[in-house]
Design a binder for this molecule. Structure first.
Ligand code: HEM
Length: 194
C-alpha cells in the first residue's frame, strides 16, 4: 500500500448511494461531527453510529495522512473565542509556525495534518496530539477524556496496537448505514455513478 498502512478484510456487498452531497459529510445526523466538536459531541456522534470511544480515538488516527484547509482550524490561530485570541490547548510554538503558512481568513491553503509524514500511515499523529500539536480541535479534544488520552499515550509506545485496531474500527465504520435491496447501486466504476 502506498502509505504503508495496515490491511484488513473489507466486508463485501456494499452498495453506493446515487446522490452525493457536499453537505453530507458535515451533516450532524448523518455525517462526521464538525471539526470544532468537543470530546462529548465527538463521543455522542460516534455512539449514534454504533462506534464507541475507542473507535473514535482509533479512527481519528486516520489523520496520520492527508491535508486540511487552513479554514478548518484558523480560529485556533487567530480568533478562538471571538476576542482575537489563540486556542490555549495548542502548543504556542506550533501556532506560530502555522501562522506563517495560514493567514487569517485564508480559504485556499492546505496544511499537513501530520507534518513530516503526512503521506505515511504511522503513529506520529498520536505523538503530535500528545504534544498538543493536533491540527484540528477534534484532534486536540482527544486529550480531554481519560480513555482517549490513555490510548494516545499507549499508541506512542512499543506496545502500540494502532495498526490492528484501525482495521477493526474501519470494518465497524463500514457497517454504518449499509444500503440493501434496491437502494443505491453497485458501481461499475468505483469513482462514478453508473
Ligand atoms: C472524529 C471526527 C472527524 C473529524 C471532526 C474530521 C475532520 C476532518 C477535517 C476538518 C479535515 C480537513 C478537511 C479540509 O479542511 O480540507 C479532515 C481531513 C481528513 N480526514 Fe478527518 N475527521 C474525522 C474523522 C476521520 C475519520 C474517521 C477518518 C478515516 C478513518 C478521517 C480521515 C481523514 C483524512 C484522510 C483526511 C485528509 C483528506 C485529504 O488530504 O484530502 N477523518 N478530517
Amino acid at each position: 500500500m502506498a502509505t504503508k498502512g495496515p490491511f484488513w478484510e473489507v466486508e463485501t456487498g456494499r452498495r453506493d448511494g446515487n446522490v452525493s452531497l457536499l453537505s453530507d459529510p458535515i451533516n450532524p445526523t448523518t455525517g462526521l461531527p464538525p471539526f470544532f466538536a468537543n470530546i462529548n459531541l465527538l463521543k455522542q456522534s460516534f455512539a449514534l453510529r454504533g462506534l464507541n470511544t475507542k473507535d473514535l480515538v482509533v479512527l481519528s488516527g486516520g489523520h496520520t495522512i492527508g491535508m486540511s484547509h487552513c479554514s478548518s482550524f484558523d480560529s485556533r490561530l487567530y480568533n478562538f473565542t471571538g476576542k482575537g485570541d489563540t486556542d490555549p490547548s495548542m502548543d504556542p510554538n506550533y501556532i506560530a509556525r502555522l501562522k506563517l503558512k495560514c493567514k487569517q481568513g485564508d480559504q485556499a491553503t492546505l496544511a499537513e495534518l501530520d507534518p513530516g509524514s503526512f503521506k505515511t500511515f504511522d503513529d506520529s499523529y498520536y505523538r503530535l496530539v500528545t504534544k498538543r500539536r493536533g491540527l484540528l480541535q477534534s484532534d486536540a479534544a482527544l486529550l480531554n477524556d481519560p480513555e482517549t488520552r490513555a490510548y494516545l499515550v499507549q499508541s506512542t509506545s512499543h506496545g502500540s496496537t494502532f495498526f490492528k485496531d484501525f482495521g477493526v474500527s474501519m470494518v465497524k465504520m463500514g457497517r454504518i448505514g449499509v444500503l440493501t435491496g434496491s437502494q443505491g447501486e453497485v458501481r461499475k466504476l468505483c469513482s462514478k455513478r453508473n
